[in-house]
Design a protein around this ligand. Structure first.
Ligand code: CA
Length: 228
């Protein structure tokens, strides 16, 4: 049974969401404030989060950012204001979907189901197989070969490791420091700036237009994420 956490301070809305999700056989828990919600989100295994934006304690922006540092679990953000949704999109926090209040509960359930099955497919293709296939990009982890729109490209060891790491953690934002620690951990000669250089090389090889990347996106002031 899929487990869902609702982080929502308006109890009537939280209960309505819970009722509808339970009717569709989901296991649902509720956190009524941001502090509790963040703590539950980080310390338990949920399959999806429904996250209200305006919350006492810690707001939805901060919770989404913190979840994305740790997990790829789908996040559906809920807000009373359309402008807030534009703002969340602009921040690139990594939410998977946005719903404006008031919403139809059955539409919410439909979106939950869609994101759960999309995420299952993503997980299966990213970790169970040696082949990662995302749009025009195909990576064979075992033979360490990469094709872009059918054409094979060559990569250095670190470029390949960085690409695979990003592609296996889609929609998650990593800082340069995090990427450096993951990929260059054993290499004491490296510097953080090498991450920027490698991202640039990757884009030259996999992006159609490096200035408008479709795979590796820069999140200003934070780092990079691989878009799916
Ligand atoms: Ca609220």
């Amino acid at each position: 049974m899929k487990r869902i956490l609702i982080i929502e301070d308006e109890e009537s809305i939280a209960e309505l969401e819970k009722d509808y999700l339970e009717l569709s056989d989901f296991q649902v828990e509720i956190a009524n404030d941001g502090v509790k919600g963040l703590e539950m989100a980080l310390n338990n295994d949920y399959d999806l989060f429904i996250l209200d934006l305006m919350l006492p304690g810690v707001d939805g922006f901060e919770i989404c950012r913190n979840i994305r540092m740790e997990k790829n679990t789908p996040v559906i953000m809920v807000s009373a204001k359309k402008e807030d949704i534009d703002k969340i999109r602009g921040l690139g926090l990594g939410a998977d979907d946005y719903i404006t209040k008031p919403f139809s509960p059955s539409e919410m359930v439909a979106r939950v189901k869609a994101h759960l099955s999309r995420y299952d497919r993503l997980i299966n293709s990213a970790s169970a197989n040696d082949i990662i296939h995302i749009r025009g990009l195909k990576i064979d982890k075992r033979s360490r070969r990469v094709w872009v729109n059918g054409e094979e490209k060559s990569f250095t060891t670190k470029e390949f490791d960085l690409l695979v790491f990003l592609a296996q953690h889609p929609n998650r934002v990593f800082t340069k420091e995090e990427l450096f620690n993951k990929i260059w951990a054993m290499d004491s000669m490296g510097q953080i700036a090498t991450v920027t250089v490698h991202i640039k090389k990757l884009r030259e090889k996999i992006e159609f237009d490096s200035a408008r990347p479709q795979y590796i996106e820069t999140i200003w002031g934070v780092g990079y994420r691989f878009k799916v």
